[in-house]
Design a protein around this ligand. Structure first.
Ligand code: ZN
Length: 264
């Protein structure tokens, strides 16, 4: 399996994976439009349609597989781009505008692609999220459904931007629990053989709820300080700052707070 790291302003943004199944060269999550480079592939698998993952699929011009209910946002990405700008602000512009992509194919839950890759609808991170299980390598491409894994810091933090639904996130993790997995591959970032990471992430999500439900009306900065005391992953990302803090961690904390406020 070929591993391609795409960097934004020098910082790793997405790890794309290329492999061959039954004579078809496949890339999982080719990255944003702004970081497009030609790739020798026949098909594109998108774990979800967010700009940082699937934004360059239209540039590649190959059959592109996404969640069956969201193909129209890939065929015509104008609405997706506008709503991304509203939510992500400057990051949407840094990721660039996707090209219309008529080669989009809808993937149903449980579909087996190329006789080797199972699609698993896992709407925890976003309703259009799909994980892919590549049987031959016992590899699970988790997309943003199991946190952001940052090997250089040795951390995992949740990927739970608003609108976050705790139950759906946990159910999505449950759905892949029984799979025979030897390798977990994250778009943010890299593969790991430490498959226990999924269970630890689940416990982390529970721990965050416990900390934040004590006062869901605190602001994001207060929430970060409270979480850092309970979770050393948060402490490390706070210390590192930059994209890891501003793009992933802040949005994830906001998702939790929004969710907990809605319940209160
Ligand atoms: Zn992402």
């Amino acid at each position: 399996m070929e591993v391609i790291v795409k960097r934004l302003e020098g910082v790793p943004l997405v790890t794309a994976y290329v492999f061959e199944v039954g004579g078809v060269r496949v890339v999982v999550d080719p990255g944003p439009a702004s970081l497009f480079e030609p790739m020798d592939v026949d098909a594109v698998l998108c774990t979800h349609i967010h700009l940082d993952h699937c934004g360059s699929a239209g540039h590649l011009g190959k059959p592109t597989y996404v969640h069956e209910r969201y193909t129209r946002h890939v065929a015509d990405p104008s609405k997706l781009y506008e709503s991304s700008r509203a939510v992500l602000g400057v990051f949407a512009e840094k990721f660039g505008q996707p090209r219309p992509n008529e080669a989009v194919m809808g993937v149903a839950d449980g579909t087996r692609l190329f006789d080797a890759v199972d699609a698993i609808h896992t709407p925890g991170h976003a309703p259009h999220h799909v994980m892919y299980y590549y049987r031959d390598e016992k590899a699970l491409f988790v997309g943003d459904g199991a946190g952001v894994h940052i090997p250089e810091l040795g951390v995992v933090v949740p990927t739970t931007p608003p609108p976050f639904k705790l139950d759906v996130y946990l159910q999505s993790l449950d759905k892949v629990r029984g799979l025979d997995v030897e390798k977990i591959c994250f778009p943010h970032y890299h593969c790991t053989h430490n498959v226990e990471i999924l269970e630890r992430h689940r416990e982390q999500v529970r721990a965050w709820v416990e900390v934040l439900q004590q006062n869901p009306h605190m602001d994001v900065e207060e929430a970060l300080r409270a979480l850092a005391k309970a979770d050393e992953n948060v402490e490390k990302v706070l210390a590192a700052g930059g994209l890891y803090l501003d793009f992933y961690l802040r949005f994830s904390v906001l998702g939790f707070l929004d969710y907990l406020r809605g319940r209160g």
